[in-house]
Design a protein around this ligand. Structure first.
Ligand code: ADP
Length: 956
């Protein structure tokens, strides 16, 4: 008969486990609900074993029933179910005696089997015998057992505590627990395994669990097992396991062999940990570390990890080596401050200290470093401090950007900007729409702008004087569109004062050097105020010189014209003073740009005190230079003087003396009323030059006037003298004529002939004298405009023929022959005696200067003009004298060889031209001379004479 085992109704798992264990041991379980039922059954039946659940609520009642039964008939062996969580349940057993054993929850069938097996080996029969025969021994044994039990209880309590901890730990780690036989087969169900995999025990028992391992990992698992099975050591393996949600999870499996008393493996216990997330994180971490390493090494910027305390470089990347020129070995261990330029080391150390001190330093402005080769380099550093968990500075991570090229470009740009800023020329840059982006200092000064901020947004038009803006619109913009540039003169405007400033300007398109795209409009201008002034001075000097040289007008007129010229250009007001013959200065009229103010100044000048002017005259006379007077600093010598200064409205005055041959002739005063037009050295030079030329002109005008007076006196003298000489000549001629007529030839005999000859000679000399005096008289008449023509019908051919005959004796004396070729009759309205004078002059000259050679006379007419030609073969005339010989007293021969007054040709020309005709000479030295006279047949007309190639003598 199978021995019965009394057991209370237990939970499903415990019940199943116990039942299974009892089946293994061949015992029959009898389950009861309550402690009373148990007490009843214990009294009635015999049980080999009683299971007592110390955890049950009625465990105290059960204990009492068991104690009673044991007292009455000897109790069965006891299996106490205890829980590792509540070891105090164990204390109940203090009240119990007899054979007992413990099964600790959670129950394991094998453990229960093993415990029961050893417990049941002491059967009830043996126990009965022992009770009967060995009562005393039993008691001693009992005592010993109690002692042992106390010891065991103590150990168990310790064990339970650690087991409890273990359970808590296992729960916390959500581990999957497993037990396997020494051969690696699953023979016990595992709740946690089932929970994790969602599989029933039937599905994984034996080696069924292998099917839940990822096919690729199975071989590895087998190998690991094979290894530990050969030599039992703690087992560890990693593989993918199929979770209840059909996902592969990476598991870490660890197990230890549990050895039996014989030293052989009794079973394997172990647990699985889901390390999927951990592995993922590890992978991610590894990836990120690798990425960081790659980033660190491949970064285009230099990177370094620096010891925050010592400042030593711990790790450097390739780029840092490249930019500094050091190798990684050289850099690592080096103090980073050694890389910093000596001048910047203090800031460098301070920067690190601040960073370590907790200041956030996101980026550091360009710092100067020194490369290995000693060359300067510029770097930008961004650094961040890494701390450990406790917040202590761990290391500094620094990113170093080599900005040397940019810095050099900046320095270059800085230099360029300073060059542009200090340029005396105006330099502007506008955007493509013509809005100013930048104007240099010279430009800002010119435009009256105080700062760069005022530049922004100004348009090209704004900077140009309103009167010249149409040039920008109509010329500049189209030219830039067409040719990309425009060059020319303009007027800029001072935006503060509105003043126009003449500038020489170049506008040009600014293009991007690479793409060629238009990026703006550039403008370079030069203030040409000074150049304009120079031009103005030069123009004034040129015009004034021309004016001074072009006329021989009197000095006052000349100087007034110069003053007017000055007042319209280099001065607002110009005053001229001349020293009078008696030695005192006299103010001439005043020229003012505003003519209505001229008389005002004139009045003030007259009333101004003399001392001011005397002082000025003295100063100018002694210095011999132009004197600049800054009116604003001139102290008025009195109210009248002040009135004068005010009348002039001048801010700057320039005075210069007119000096000629060591004498001061007068002064010129230039006054400027324009505050921007203060006279300077250049103006002084101009004034001196003008004074020099004006003085020369005044001198010449004065000399000319003197010469004119002298000529007038001479003419008056000649006129009087010729009249006086003429008076005795007529009676003298008559007397000679009478003497010749009344010569007593018979009485005088031979001497009569001699006397006649003498009388004839005397007559000739008187005629000659009369001719000369007539010439002089004619000149006087001509000069006085009293040459009267008595016109009548004259036959020129007959007149010339007659005169040629008359000149026959003279020709013979000159050993010349006169050949005449004349049209039969050429009639015209002329003054007969004056024409005779013309022909006589030409014939007598031909015989005088062509003596010994033939003389050809031709008279002809064509087209209403008569023509007379007298040609000799004599000494001829120098080309440069051809014109001159027609002027008064002009001669081309020496007086020693040829007598004469130089009046014949002058009178000839005056007569011919009075007739509306012309006379000209053609000759060359030694080639003879041809004098040609043309006369209109109808006589003089109102129309001007066509002979304009012979210069007029200036009228006196
Ligand atoms: P004059 O003969 O009295 O000197 P004229 O007025 O007649 O004055 O002539 C002016 C000058 O012209 C002369 O002095 C002489 O030098 C030059 N001249 C005039 N006629 C001739 C000529 N036929 N051949 C060369 N020279 C001449």
């Amino acid at each position: 008969m199978r021995e019965k085992v009394l057991l209370p109704r237990l939970g499903a798992e415990d019940g199943a486990c116990l039942r299974s264990a009892l089946t293994v041991l061949g015992r029959e379980p009898v389950e009861v609900e309550t402690a009373e039922q148990a007490a009843t059954l214990l009294r009635e039946e015999s049980f080999g074993l009683l299971v007592l659940d110390t955890e049950a609520e009625d465990s105290a009642a059960w204990t009492r029933s068991v104690q009673r039964a044991m007292r009455e008939r000897g109790g069965p062996a006891l299996l106490l179910l205890v829980s590792s969580e509540r070891p105090e349940g164990r204390l109940l057993t203090e009240a119990l005696s007899g054979t007992l054993a413990y099964a600790v929850r959670p129950l394991s069938r094998d453990a229960v089997v093993r415990t029961l097996r050893s417990l049941l080996e002491q059967g009830p029969e043996r126990r009965d015998d022992a009770e009967a025969s060995l009562a005393s021994e039993w008691k001693a044994e009992l005592r010993r057992e109690r002692e042992v039990r106390a010891t065991v209880e103590g150990r168990l309590r310790e064990l339970l505590r650690s087991e409890q901890r273990l359970h808590a730990l296992l729960e916390a780690t959500t581990s999957v627990m497993w037990t396997l036989t020494p051969e690696g087969s699953a023979v016990e169900p595992s709740v946690s395994w089932e929970a994790f995999t969602g599989k029933t025990f039937a599905e994984y028992r034996g080696h069924g669990y292998m099917n839940l391992i990822h096919p690729e990992d199975r071989e590895g698992v087998w190998k690991d097992w094979a290894q530990v099975l050969r030599r039992p050591t703690p087992y560890s393996s990693e593989y993918r396991l199929l979770r209840h949600d059909e996902r592969w999870r990476r598991m870490l499996s660890r197990g230890v062999p549990v050895l039996g008393p014989d030293g052989r493996v009794r079973e394997w216990v172990g647990w699985l940990v889901d390390i999927t997330e951990q592995r993922k994180h590890e992978l991610a971490l590894r990836e990120s570390e690798e990425q960081f390493r790659a980033f660190f090494n491949l970064a285009a910027a230099g990177m370094a990890q620096v010891d925050p305390v010592a400042g030593r470089l711990l790790v450097v990347n390739a780029k840092l080596c490249e930019v500094t020129g050091y190798s990684a070995q050289e850099l690592v261990g080096m103090n980073y401050i050694d890389l910093v330029h000596p001048e910047e080391r203090p800031q460098g150390s301070a920067g690190l200290a601040r960073l370590v001190g907790g200041d956030a330093i996101p980026a550091i402005n360009a710092r100067r470093w020194v490369r290995k080769d000693g060359g300067d380099m510029w770097v930008e550093i961004a650094a961040t401090l890494l701390r450990d968990e406790s917040g202590r500075p761990l290391r500094v991570l620094a990113v170093v950007q080599d900005v040397t090229a940019r810095k050099h470009a900046e320095l270059e740009r800085g230099r360029l900007v300073s060059v542009v800023e200090s340029s005396p020329d105006v330099i502007c840059i506008h955007d493509v729409d013509g809005r100013a982006l930048y104007i240099n200092e010279a430009g800002r000064g010119l435009l009256g702008l105080e700062s760069l901020a005022e530049v922004q947004g100004l348009s090209v038009l704004d900077t140009v004087h309103p009167d010249d803006r149409r040039i920008i619109e109509q010329e500049v913009f189209p030219a830039i569109e067409r040719e990309g540039r425009w060059v020319g003169d303009l007027r800029a405007v001072n935006l503060r004062t509105g003043k126009a400033i003449p500038v020489f300007t170049q506008y040009f398109l600014v293009r991007d050097s690479e793409s060629g795209q238009k990026t703006g409009l550039g403008c370079i201008s030069r203030d040409i105020t000074e150049r304009k002034r120079s031009e103005e001075r030069l123009t004034f000097l040129t015009r004034a010189s021309r004016l001074l040289a072009s006329s021989l007008a009197d000095e006052t007129t000349l100087l007034m014209r110069v003053a007017e010229l000055a007042a319209s250009s280099v001065a607002t007001c110009c005053m001229v003073s001349l020293i009078q013959p008696e030695g005192t200065p006299r103010w001439l009229e005043v020229a003012h740009r505003d003519p209505s103010r001229a008389s005002h100044v004139q009045q003030a000048l007259r009333e101004a005190p003399t001392p001011a002017w005397t002082a000025l005259f003295d100063a100018l006379s002694t210095s011999g230079q132009a004197v600049l007077v800054d009116i604003r600093e001139t102290r008025a010598l009195g109210p009248m003087h002040r009135a004068l200064l005010e009348a002039m409205e001048a801010v700057s005055v320039l005075a210069v003396a007119l000096t000629s041959r060591g004498h001061v002739l007068g002064i010129i005063v230039f006054a400027s009323g324009d505050p921007d037009r203060l006279y300077g050295d250049e103006d002084r030079g101009m004034a001196e030059e003008l004074a020099y030329r004006a003085a020369a002109a005044v001198d010449i005008a004065r000399l000319y006037a003197q010469a004119q007076r002298a000529i007038r006196l001479r003419d008056e003298f000649l006129s009087i003298a010729s009249h006086e000489l003429k008076t005795p000549l007529t009676p003298l001629a008559l007397k000679l004529q009478g003497m010749k007529r009344t010569l007593p030839v018979e009485s005088l005999g031979d001497s009569a002939e001699r006397m006649r000859a003498d009388l004839e000679l005397a007559q000739r000399q008187v005629r000659r004298l009369a001719e000369l005096v007539d010439g002089l008289l004619d000149v006087s008449r001509i000069r006085a405009g009293r040459l009267q023509l008595e016109l009548e019908l004259v036959d020129l051919s007959a007149l010339v023929r007659e005169l040629v005959e008359r000149y026959e004796p003279q020709a013979q004396r000159a050993q010349s022959r006169i050949f005449l070729e004349a049209d039969p009759s050429i009639l015209g309205r002329w003054d007969r005696s004056r024409l005779e004078q013309v022909v006589s002059n030409l014939l007598s000259n031909a015989l005088k200067y062509g003596a010994g050679r033939p003389v050809h006379v031709r008279v002809s007419a064509s087209g209403g003009t008569a023509r007379l030609e007298v040609r000799d073969e004599g000494i001829g005339i120098e080309p440069q004298s051809l014109h001159r010989i027609f002027q008064r007293f002009e001669r081309a021969v020496s007086e020693r060889h040829y007598g004469g007054l130089g009046l014949g040709l002058y009178i000839t020309r005056q007569i011919v031209e009075a007739h509306g005709g012309c006379v000209r000479a053609e000759s060359a030295p030694g080639q003879g001379a041809t004098f040609t006279v043309t006369l209109p047949l109808e006589g003089p007309s109102e129309v001007e004479s066509p002979c304009d190639d012979v210069p007029e003598e200036p009228a006196s």
